[in-house]
Design a protein around this ligand. Sequence first.
Ligand code: RNT
Ligand code: ZN
Length: 421
Amino acid sequence: MSNEQINKAYELAVAQYAAIGVDVNKAVEQLDKLPISLHCWQADDVKGFEVSSGDLTGGIQATGNYPGSSRTIEELRTDIEKVLTLLPGKHRLNLHAIYGDFGSEFVDRDQIEPKHFQSWIDWANKVGVKLDFNSTFFSHPKSESGLTLSNPDKDIQSFWMEHLRRCRHIAAEIGRQQGSACIHNIWVPDGSKDRTVNRLAYRANLKYALDTVLAEKIDTKYLVDCIESKLFGIGLESYTVGSHEFYLAYGAKNNMVVTLDAGHFHPTEVISDKISSLLLFLPEIMLHVSRPVRWDSDHVVILDDELLHLTQEIVRANALDRVHIGLDYFDASINRIGAYVIGVRATQKALLQALLEPIDQLRTFEANGQNFERLALLEELKSMPWAAVYDYYCSKNGVTAGNAYIAEIQQYEKDTTSKRV
Ligand code: RNT
Ligand code: ZN
């Protein structure tokens, strides 16, 4: 598509939306202000750069062996830089603690320091992204029992508490240097494969560990902690210490940000419906946008109904400034650069469609009991020319529009990722 065609289609779209009372320019401006936090771990199947790195554990799994995953910090940065050239807007990168710049030194989780992330901070500053952070409570010999912060063994529990304490300091330092609060996500895989007769005890241990470490107050200008629940993990099917009830109650009691991961609920349970409830009781929400297929499979995010419902709920609740949007999936079966671009673009397209809703009109219909009219307009909106608006948004940002990114990724694969053998 030429720029001229894109502009023409955009003008037609503007007129069509104006006819139903929607200001397209305003929607594009709003979209442009919404960063998506890209998860660094799609690039290398959640391996990270620890010198002693072993298998991915903690009940999560990246399946597939598509060639070309990044093997070093440099390769990962090159990949992310490529991804960023294919995305309109300014975005963030979400790091896990195991992605530190450790060189050839073995640095255990209870030893990591801000200095191991300084080269990330410098790189991020150079390429114009802000960083977010995650403690890493998995893929470690001291997590193999299935219990980390909730472990009754005081040595193991203290080890992980020290990890958490350090991660908060690293994230705060990132936030300070980048002039934007670093969102620090706490996901703890703890659970058990089979029935436990100590459900309460492990939860009490987790509560104690969190209470103790989080008692250290750090300015939210630099650091925002959030807590992520889960239903079950592979090999941890019968019990998860940090369940939804645990963290929802913990967050509400302590005024903390709760993370909702789309794959962490029962198969027909959706996170879109949870947004409005959480907003009433919690300061903010963090999202791990993912795509569960039958289970927490972490498939690449696509533009499906639930993604649209999710973005509609955020926009309809007027909560774009209270919901942080991050991605969380790891598909090792397809080109990983492509996996990022598909997921971010799908998320942006869903946000754009939500921003292009004639919400006043829809709400008037609803208030008047005109439910046929409400449903009909919602149906019509699905085939309105939002894609022409997205193409325009891409081209205005100097980013290739439509399906042209496929060829660019194929070229990058030919030149770069296919040579990683
Ligand atoms: C696991 C959680 C968690 C991880 C990442 C790697 O089920 O979703 O967020 O995916 O931290
Ligand atoms: Zn997650």
